[in-house]
Design a protein around this ligand. Structure first.
Ligand code: FES
Length: 171
């Protein structure tokens, strides 16, 4: 379990043991290697985003600064540095996907949601993100909705998916 809230965030109980065993896999001085796994844990325990308190706690575990940890997090599309919407849509903008129409898909998303990549709709229903290779290049173009890969997707399919997500948000 975690302890979180305005006053801070720490892994506790079983999560603290798991975090310690992740850190222990890396020798002192190379603990940067544990950051991504720790951030994944922190995000899933903190309503889907990495608050400054989560970044600080992870930084303390690996003896890095919170800004170093934030830099690492910002490199990965799957980490949210702001509270995420109810649904997170990631459009892959990697090379294979761009060769197969990712730009049109991203444009469709921006127009349908009325936001830019990195933003959340004002009703909190959907966060739109740009990703760089989601590991499905042979099926490009790829869109990830709530950690579920859809590939290959057409502009029409993406429009339909977004309409469903927005309906969900109205419910
Ligand atoms: S480039 Fe899009 S999945 Fe690899």
């Amino acid at each position: 379990m975690m302890k979180s809230g305005g006053e801070g965030f720490v892994f506790s109980g079983e999560d603290a043991r798991k975090a310690a065993s992740i850190v222990a896999r890396f020798p002192e001085g190379r603990r940067r290697g544990a950051v991504v796994e720790l951030l994944s844990m922190g995000q899933s325990l903190n309503q889907g985003w990495l608050s400054p308190q989560v970044l600080e706690h992870v930084a303390g575990l690996v003896a890095l600064s919170a800004s170093d940890v934030r830099d690492i997090a910002s490199f990965y599309g799957r980490f949210n540095l702001e509270p995420a919407g109810q649904h997170v849509v990631q459009v892959c903008m990697g090379r294979s996907c761009r060769m197969r129409g990712a730009d049109a898909i991203m444009q469709t998303c921006c127009e349908a949601l009325g936001i830019e990549p990195g933003q959340t709709t004002p009703d909190g229903a959907v966060t739109l993100k740009r990703a760089f290779c989601l590991g499905g290049c042979s099926r490009a173009p790829v869109v990830d909705v709530d950690e579920d890969l859809h590939a290959p997707v057409s502009v029409q399919q993406v429009s339909d998916m977004l309409a469903d997500l927005q309906k969900d948000g109205d419910a």
